[in-house]
Write a protein that binds this ligand. Structure first.
Ligand SMILES: *Cc1c(COP(=O)(O)O)cnc(C)c1O
Length: 390
């Protein structure tokens, strides 16, 4: 069979099912107003919650480290890639998360894979929320342990499933802290109680909560005042840079350093990225007002849309999923937003269940009230035009 012909056939099927993806090119640095493919948009789909991705203090920190250490780290952490900046950042991150220790990975994705493939052993059981991020799903698939999926944030279902498994097996509960497509906050207090009752360990993926939730932005553990066994974070969202970090006890981090293959066999992050991340953490701890502003803006969007008659999913986070329902309609809605200069994606199956297609909005602390009002006005016009609201 012809190689390209075979792949063209497969891609045709992808297109038929409406799942074909293409890239858009950002022509400007991350900010609420950006040029995308040469056209100006107000962007309501970025993870740059605190506006740090283009912050001059982070750029300066990265620049200094660039001149001192060069561009690439040129080795894994265990060979020649480890610098003072990697160590400084790990120590700083552990302080930030108030854990004994922390370990850097090249991304949050790889951190999840690293933890889930090294920590649970054959014979163990991982209890995973139905809406967990793809990187957790992949980690479970690659793990030697068995996976049991429980209904989204459904504590009764989780308890039932914990009860059903043989108590002699080691158990792990793994959950997103803030769910990326639904904006739900995992009930970590209840998960911790269940974990205690059924002798399970708790792993939290705090990608969307780090920098955002809790008085000092430490994430879901600070929000609920609990200490899970394992917290996985990404530096690529509110922190504004890139990389994944796992935080926990000293012995756990030592274990990961020796057993997590995505740590051992990966080239270390660029020292300049680590320096920028370090500066970002300093800023985040002193950004209480900015965090408050961020959540006030999220609430303004959410309640205004609800008043208009929209169904908005999720808890009080910067992720605001507006339910449209039909996949085709969601695509038209996103297109109409784009025509009005608003960049916000339609999320369709299989990312979300059939009939639950949505426009997923995210807000950042840097969005102006004028930009937010413009968004709300557009939702009013388009909603009426498509007979979705009165
Ligand atoms: C974005 C995200 C990740 C992946 O983090 P990267 O650093 O981008 O690889 C993992 N988990 C969740 C819940 C996320 O939202």
């Amino acid at each position: 069979m012809n190689f390209n012909g075979w792949l063209n056939d497969r891609l045709a099927k992808t297109r038929e099912s409406g799942l074909y993806r293409t890239l858009r090119t950002m022509n400007t640095a991350p900010s609420p107003e950006m040029y995308v493919d040469g056209q100006k948009y107000i962007v309501f789909s970025s993870n740059n919650y605190l506006g740090l991705a283009n912050d001059s203090r982070l750029i300066l920190a990265a620049e200094k480290a660039l001149h001192e250490f060069g561009v690439g780290s040129s080795g894994s952490r265990l060979t020649t890639g480890n610098t003072q900046w990697h160590q400084n950042l790990e120590k700083r991150f552990a302080d930030f998360k108030q854990t004994e220790s922390a370990l850097l990975f090249s991304s949050g994705y790889l951190a999840n894979i690293g933890v889930l493939t090294s920590l649970p052993e054959k014979g163990d059981v991982i209890f995973s929320d139905q809406l967990n991020h793809a990187s957790i799903i992949d980690g479970c698939r690659l793990s030697q342990a068995d996976t049991v999926i429980y209904n989204h944030v459904d504590m009764e279902d989780l308890e039932k499933k914990l009860k059903e498994t043989n108590s002699s097996r080691r158990r792990f509960i793994v959950t997103d802290g803030v769910f990326s497509m639904d904006g739900t906050i995992a009930p970590l207090d209840k998960i911790m109680s269940l974990a205690q009752r059924y002798h399970a360990f708790v792993i939290v993926d705090d990608a969307h909560a780090t920098g955002v939730l809790g008085e000092n932005g430490r994430g879901t553990s600070e929000f609920f005042h609990v200490f899970p066994d394992v917290v996985i974070s990404t530096l690529s969202k509110a922190v504004g840079t890139e990389g994944g970090v796992v935080s926990g006890s000293k012995v756990f981090i030592d274990f990961l350093r020796n057993h997590a293959r995505t740590f051992i066999f990966q080239t270390a992050l660029s020292p300049s990225i680590c320096a920028a991340s370090y500066t970002a953490l300093e800023i985040i701890e002193h950004s209480k007002e900015k965090r408050q502003q961020l959540l006030i803006k999220a609430k303004r969007i959410k309640t205004s849309l609800q008043e208009m008659g929209y169904t908005v999913k999720g808890d009080h986070t910067p992720i605001i999923p507006v339910l449209i329902g039909d996949a085709h309609k969601a695509v038209i809605f996103a297109k109409r937003l784009q025509e009005k200069g608003i960049y916000a994606p339609a999320i369709r199956p299989p990312t979300v269940p059939i009939g639950e297609s949505r426009i997923r909005l995210t807000v950042t602390a840097d969005h102006s009230l004028k930009e937010i009002d413009y968004l709300l006005h557009a939702f009013k016009l388009i909603g009426k035009e498509l007979n979705m609201i009165k």
